[in-house]
Structures are given as structure tokens and as C-alpha cells.
Design a protein around this ligand. Sequence first.
Ligand SMILES: *[C@@H]1O[C@H](CO)[C@@H](O)[C@H](O)[C@H]1NC(C)=O
Ligand SMILES: *[C@@H]1O[C@H](CO)[C@@H](O)[C@H](O)[C@H]1NC(C)=O
Ligand SMILES: *[C@@H]1O[C@H](CO)[C@@H](O)[C@H](O)[C@H]1NC(C)=O
Ligand SMILES: *[C@@H]1O[C@H](CO)[C@@H](O)[C@H](O)[C@H]1NC(C)=O
Ligand SMILES: *[C@@H]1O[C@H](CO)[C@@H](O)[C@H](O)[C@H]1NC(C)=O
Length: 391
Amino acid sequence: MSRQNKKQICLADTLLLFLLLCFFCYSSSSQKICPNCGLLKVPYPLSTNPNCGDTDYTLHCDTHSQKLYFDALNGSSYPVLKINSETQKLVIQTQPWLPNSCTTQDFPVSEGLWLNQTLPFNISSSNTIFIFNCSPRLFVSPLNCTTSSLCHLYLENSSRVDPTRALQCASSINPCCTFIAGGLPSAYKIRLHASGCRAFRSIIHLDKEKPASQWEEGVEIQWDPPPEPVCKTQLECSFTSKCLPTSKKGISRCLCKTHYYWDHVLGVCLQKRKNLKSGLTIKITIGVAVFFAVAVVMTTVTVRKSRKIRQKAKRADAVMEVVDRQLVGLEPSGQVMASVKLFCKLALACLREKRGERPTMKDVVQELLSIIEIMNQEEVSYEASVELEII
Ligand SMILES: *[C@@H]1O[C@H](CO)[C@@H](O)[C@H](O)[C@H]1NC(C)=O
Ligand SMILES: *[C@@H]1O[C@H](CO)[C@@H](O)[C@H](O)[C@H]1NC(C)=O
Ligand SMILES: *[C@@H]1O[C@H](CO)[C@@H](O)[C@H](O)[C@H]1NC(C)=O
Ligand SMILES: *[C@@H]1O[C@H](CO)[C@@H](O)[C@H](O)[C@H]1NC(C)=O
Ligand SMILES: *[C@@H]1O[C@H](CO)[C@@H](O)[C@H](O)[C@H]1NC(C)=O
């Protein structure tokens, strides 16, 4: 069979096969992503139990209420309202008021919101913080505690505070004040104290032009990009990384080998690039080319290994049989699984919307070559030539 012929036969089955493969790799990679908590998805690296996500990024899912909580220091927990894994941010709800006073529940429990500074979370600078029921000494602080401070607008016009409480929250003796979070120390704590203030509220991306009733309330927390995955043995790592102990006792991670760097978006080690310039057109071309290359390579591998089966059966049946035998029936080895996963990840990464998030042509070629190397040593030269031909 000539190479050209082979390609044509492959094309019809390519899409179906590729979709099946992607479905397969997603269903198996989902083991490390935590299950939903109620209606909220818990994306990697967030973790609700030791068997999923990255445990440095632990949240807690209350089994009874099926609500997700962000646990801060000294015993205060805040319900998680929403999570955006693309921007690595989540929004938590501030605590309820104590009855008949301008005090929030976290004032007596934990003196406000304190984050553990050794964990990868901090309070973003998109938060405008209002602190209420403050001591008069706040008048001489650098915070804006004037009568034109935006905290008054929140109290009077957001319709989120009843008028009696609004009077307790700000007076000529006990002011309310406004500041922007995110600097030090306000990236890690919003402190409430008897000699400071006794309640706080936060608005995300405050827009002064909008009426106060439309301000979005909540505290936006951002997390650091996840580091390399935790591992116990080298088998859990790709060949571009090594399972090595980290500075944290008893924790090993798949650390990238020299000349490779950790790409947390793709979730793989990529070769360090020398040349960063490459235009949008090239990237789109690569995206399309890679998608096809991946599909053709996978199909070619499959077809070659199963030529005899295919000759007997009808085409549609054969594809299913091939997929079954290759992936389901034979209990795929860790290597095959790993490479199938990497294929799908890479192809999807190439289709990302944002330029900066797509791998460069060099990365892509490098990755493809590496993946093929994992899959089958003897097929390396052939597959590499197929895919370079296409690109
Ligand atoms: C809250 O926890 C921090 C760190 O453990 C501690 O320094 C602080 O004193 C605690 N505050 C209260 C009110 O317990
Ligand atoms: C902060 O987090 C680290 C790492 O998980 C943990 O060892 C430490 O006990 C935490 N500190 C507090 C005060 O909870
Ligand atoms: C306080 O905030 C208000 C509203 O943003 C502003 O008009 C005023 O100039 C600020 N005052 C000080 C002292 O920063
Ligand atoms: C609240 O809205 C009313 C009516 O629009 C306005 O007169 C008042 O000044 C606003 N309050 C503050 C603190 O800006
Ligand atoms: C907060 O986290 C972000 C994202 O990881 C980081 O860029 C920023 O430097 C952190 N801010 C502080 C004050 O640590």
C-alpha cells in the first residue's frame, strides 16, 4: 500500500477515531480532577480531597449542604460563589452580619479574613474593601474615611444594608473607610479588630459610574499557577521530567529536565524556546496542521497494526474494533495512555483562542516527536516523516 493510499483510507475514519481518543483521554485524566461540589465544578489544581487536584490548593466541600468553602485561618470559612480556572480566580462570599449590630461573624471568630501566606492563594487587587464601624483613630490612617468615601454609597444606596445598621456602620465618631486590596499586607488579610473596624464588605471591579445596587459583591481570591504534578514513581511522569523530591518533606513532583520548562497551561514540560517571534497566521496554520497531523499519525499507527482485522470487517465496524483492541481490550500500557493524553492536550492547546497560550511550532514539533518516541521506538522514523511532511 502506498503512503498516499493509506492517507486517503485514513481520512474517513480520522475524525471518529480522534473524537473517541479524546473522549477516552478525558475520561481517564478526570481521575485527577476533583468531582463537582454541588453545582460547582472544581477545576485542577483545586482539591477537595487528597486523591484529586493538588493538595496545596485545598478547598472543602461540605458533604451535607454540597457547598464549597474556602477555609481561612483561625476557623473562618467562606462559601465559594464562583470559580474561573482560566484566570485562576475564585470569588468568596463575605460573612453575614451579627444581629442588631454592625459586626460581621468573622470579627469575633478570626478577626477578619486571614490567609495562610505559605499557601498559593491571595486577595486580588480587583477588590475594593469597605470597612465599617471603625475606631476614630482610623481618621488619621491613609485609608479614605471621609464622608465622600465610597463606603457611604454602599451603606445608603446599594440596598444591601438596612437603614438602622447603616447608622451603626458609619457615624461622625465611628467612620467607615475604603481601600483597594492586593498590596501587602492586604493581599493576605483583611483585619477586623476592636481598635480597628468590626465589619467588612468587598466589591469586585467597582465601577463608580454604575449605581451601587449593581456592584458585584464578594472577595476575589487568585491562585498561583500550579506547579508540576505530584508523583510517587517515575512511571507517573513523562520522559521529559523526573520524579524528584521537593523542598516539602515527603512530596515528590515530576520536575522538568534541564532545557525544559513547565508549561502550566498545557500541563507538560516544553523545550526552552530561543526565538519567540511567530505570527498569528503561522500559529493558526500550526493549529490546523497539528490537528491533522495528530489524527493522521494516530490513525496510521492504528491502521498498520490492524491491517488484517480491517480486511475482514466492514469499515465502520473495523474502526470500533480497532479502537477497542488498541485501547480498551488490551489494557493499554501507561506509556500508550500517556501519549494519547499528550496528543489530545497538544491538539487542544493549539486551538486556544489567545495567542500567548498556544505553543510555538517548535514546541509542537518537539512534543510530537517526543510522544511518538514514547509510543513505539521502531516507528519513530516513519511517523516523524509523515508529520513533518504535513506541517
Ligand atoms: C489568627 O491566626 C494567626 C496565624 O496563626 C495568628 O497570628 C493570630 O493571632 C490569630 N488571630 C486570632 C484572633 O486568633
Ligand atoms: C499554613 O499552611 C501550611 C502548608 O499547608 C501548613 O503547614 C501550616 O500549618 C498552615 N498554617 C496555619 C497557621 O494554619
Ligand atoms: C475619597 O474617595 C472619594 C470617592 O472616590 C473621593 O472623591 C475623595 O477625593 C477621596 N478622598 C481622599 C482623601 O482620598
Ligand atoms: C444615594 O442616592 C440618592 C438618590 O439618588 C442621592 O441623593 C444620595 O446622595 C446617594 N447617597 C450617597 C452616599 O451618595
Ligand atoms: C498574588 O498572587 C498573584 C498570582 O499568583 C501573584 O502574581 C502576586 O504577586 C501575588 N501577590 C502578592 C502580594 O503576593
